[in-house]
Design a binder for this molecule. Structure first.
Ligand code: CTP
Ligand code: MG
Length: 378
């Protein structure tokens, strides 16, 4: 491992207010800290993430294989120090240090800052934005003077350092510090300024939640996928449709259980992810999938969506056949699909149409199914 990240989340968020410290409050449907963690998970080249938590918050975080939890201290500097000490066993070349309270940080931005140090361009690098507003001094509610803004910056995180440098700098540092750049500079380390990102705000006051929510909404990645499948009728006494066994005078032929509805739905998810189709993930030439129950395919597609940090927002399946009648089974199908995918029932639609006795479905030669899904990035 060459690059690690420390995310400090042990503060109490007194300025932000609310029932919980700000990093545990909800933002665009998820906790602030989960947004921050996922940005680092998605950033290329980060080998290990250390999450620094307040002792009272440990139970709030479900253990995850890729995250090492460390107890923080009374000051931000002490929390960072604890994170650094926990990394000594891993001894990464580069370490990024980030505030959990900046949940809108983008993975590409993280990677850019890390590479300034890991590729040797700088010994330390930190993002900042030049101050563009006029600066005033104020006294008793009135402007008491102006301040030259030339050369002034607003500092952000993540800040990147050589691990050994910043570990030794923190060990030598007394008291708190505004950030780790202050600690590094006190140890004589030059820090290169790299471009900051206006969207990478730190949630500080209660009003910042609304700003962060807007930014998250703009960053949202929405994907739609469609799927289509057909299976031919053959001998048998039942068919499987969307996970429900329906008695019928004929069965559907296929390599697996021939659940045409579930196949269309599975392909729609693969389609939204641009991940091919069922045949690519479960080749019909492979005998282990003969007679396979189709929930295996659907579960795989759902897992792949999750691995790519997508959630299924909704799904809509249309079954096209004259017989059997789908209406009486539609709600059981929705429940079956909900149990397999974990998607809420009210976000799942199963409906049916005949084709007015036209074409192969009209002649009762087989059943066709179409599906549409929408995935939303987390
Ligand atoms: N932090 C920390 N340990 C501390 C203090 C702060 O890990 N003892 C973390 C916070 O959780 C936050 C980051 O450092 O992610 C930046 O600090 P700040 O924005 O000041 O957060 P809080 O200290 O939680 O907020 P406040 O100052 O309003 O209480
Ligand atoms: Mg603070």
């Amino acid at each position: 491992m060459t690059t690690a990240a420390i995310i400090v989340a042990a503060g109490r968020g007194t300025r932000a207010g609310g029932d919980l410290p700000k990093q545990w409050q909800m933002l665009a449907g998820r906790r602030v800290v989960d947004h921050t963690l996922d940005a680092f998970r998605a950033a290329p080249g980060i080998g290990r993430i250390v999450l620094v938590l307040h002792p009272e918050d440990i139970a709030r975080f479900a253990p995850a294989d890729d995250v090492t939890v460390v107890i923080g201290g009374d000051t931000r500097a002490q929390s960072v120090r604890n994170g650094l000490e926990a990394l000594t066993a891993h001894d990464p070349a580069t370490v990024l240090i980030h505030d959990a309270a900046r949940p809108c940080v983008k993975p590409a931005h993280i990677a850019r800052i890390a590479s300034a140090v890991s590729d040797g361009t700088a010994r330390a690098a930190a993002p900042a934005l030049a101050v563009t507003d006029a600066l005033w001094q104020g006294q008793d509610g009135c402007v008491a003077g102006t301040q030259d803004r030339t050369g002034l910056y607003r500092a952000q995180t993540p800040q990147a350092f050589s691990f050994r440098d910043i570990l030794l700098a923190h060990r030598a540092h007394q008291g708190d510090a505004a950030d780790d750049v202050e600690v590094a500079r006190a140890a004589g380390i030059d820090v290169m300024i790299v471009g900051g990102d206006e969207d990478n705000l730190k949630i500080t006051g209660p009003e910042d939640f609304a700003r962060a929510e807007n930014i998250k909404r703009d960053q949202m990645d929405i994907r739609t996928g469609s799927g289509y499948d057909v299976h031919r009728f053959g001998s048998g006494d039942h068919i499987m449709l969307c996970g429900v066994k329906i008695p019928h005078e004929r069965g559907l032929q296929g390599h697996s259980d021939a659940d045409v509805g579930m196949h269309a739905l599975t392909d729609a998810i693969y389609g939204a992810l641009a991940e091919g189709d069922i045949g690519r993930h479960f080749p019909p030439s492979d005998p282990q999938w003969k007679g396979a129950e189709s929930h295996i395919f659907l579960s795989h597609a759902v897992r792949l969506a999750g691995d790519n940090r997508f959630e299924i927002n909704n799904m809509d399946v249309t079954l096209i056949c004259e017989q059997p009648k789908i209406g009486p089974h539609a709600d059981s199908m929705r429940r079956a699909l909900s149990a397999i995918t974990g998607v809420a029932l009210e976000r799942i639609s199963v409906k049916a149409t005949t084709s007015e006795r036209l074409g192969f479905t009209g002649r009762g030669e087989g059943i066709a199914a179409q599906a549409v899904v929408t995935l939303v990035s987390r």
